[in-house]
Write a protein that binds this ligand. Sequence first.
Ligand SMILES: NC(=O)c1ccc[n+]([C@@H]2O[C@H](COP(=O)([O-])OP(=O)(O)OC[C@H]3O[C@@H](n4cnc5c(N)ncnc54)[C@H](O)[C@@H]3O)[C@@H](O)[C@H]2O)c1
Length: 478
Amino acid sequence: MSAPSPSPGSPLSRRDFLSTGAKLGAFVAAAPYIARGAEVGAARGADTVNVALIGCGVEGSILTNASRPIPGIRFVAVCDIWPYNLNSSQRRLKAFKQDAQAFEDYKEMLSTVKDIDAVIVATPDFVHAEHTNAALKAGKHVYCEKLMAHTIEAARSMVVTARETKKLLQIGHQRRSNPRYQHARDKIVRDARLLGRITNISGQWHRAVTEDFGTPRGQEMSAEKLAKYGYANMHEYRNWRWFKKYAGGPISDLGAHQIDIYNWMLGVNPQMCIASGGVDYYKTHEWYDNAIAIYEYPTKEGIVRATYDVLTTTSAGGGYHEYFMGDEGSMKISENPKFTKLYREARAPEWEQHVTSKIISRPDSGEGVLVGLKPWEKPRQRMAMPEKVPVSGAGGAAGPAKVDVRETAQLSAWDIPVTLDKAIHQPHLENFFDAMRKGASLNCPPEDGFATAVTVLKVNEAIAARRMLNFAPSDFVV
Ligand SMILES: NC(=O)c1ccc[n+]([C@@H]2O[C@H](COP(=O)([O-])OP(=O)(O)OC[C@H]3O[C@@H](n4cnc5c(N)ncnc54)[C@H](O)[C@@H]3O)[C@@H](O)[C@H]2O)c1
């Protein structure tokens, strides 16, 4: 894949993009091993990869569907403790003409099905480490969903196991493989520097009130079975993301996607976190239903202050996006392309030279297309400052109000011309399978997933502590 991970040694860090680099020790730690899966195809004399899925719920189904168009991917086993989801996953694969054996117990699956090359883990966060570490130790490459784990220690154990076993571990922060995000970071922000100096970031995920999940009649699991797998009851099993034992709440469930992009876009980890939040609305949840965080990022060009808020009681304010703001331009980007826009500040050099009318589906390295922006509306003329601004107020006649055009004259708006012509998870899975088959670099290796988990979980800690918490550079290193 064309987009590098922002670890030392990558093209991004070689250019020392925005980062304070090794001096502050704030980089995401480098992978100290090179895990290659090229033996997979060679051993079988073909490019077929045999895959097993652990966790056949909503995300397991999405990943199964997104893998389907990738040549050579064959699901040979599926595992889930809930027969309802297990059977439906097996049926779906049968419709794709893939005969997957079904298991309740992942240990039995790993020991019985000998020719598994890769395991996809899409279980609740509190069992990611157990499932991932077991699969790695069984000699499989692993794609594990975000958040990497619900505790820092569990996430750390996954980094260590990946290193010890020398197997690939991709963490499911799929925006990193999205060609629109790659274009935004590599072409717009880094190469063309259209934002100038980034000073601020804001990001949000605002979601309307949702009902708790119920269970279809007759599909309840027994209390004994739930206890065997660590669940208190069927309600907690179905709504695990709201309970502290199983997950990190909305900041981990939703915020992790976007806070990961803060770290990735800047190529640096934060140095400070303040946060507020609480269970102010829902009566049946343990986790905060809203969280508002502020981070400080120490970049080479100065501090970047970043805010992030996740609200689960209102869809107001434009859904979900990350908004990178600089002194020459700003970029609002989202996995949903309709929220994406770029704005030029009036003081910035014209952007005309960067314009292309070519809509592409992957970052373009073609000559003359540095950024490839497509005007969304025709850019306005730069507005000149009037020499004398009419003044109203004390002693003056009632003239026009004083308007500082420097605050209003920006904002010609543009689009990013890179479209994603496939399911949003597919490029990240492709990157994982390319790493296995061709030795490509992972777009989210375990060290990067770990740094994101450390960044995200600090928000819950800061809310509980009700004070500012600092990160030490060593917090991000395993
Ligand atoms: N990348 C994304 O865009 C994205 C989106 C949604 C969810 N996720 C992540 O995917 C994971 C799963 O989320 P979901 O929404 O699919 O949840 P879900 O509840 O729909 O599915 C989880 C499945 O795991 C199974 N399971 C639970 N414990 C198990 C065990 N011990 N062994 C085997 N199976 C077990 C459950 O029976 C269920 O079928 C989470 O980590 C979540 O954060 C990622």
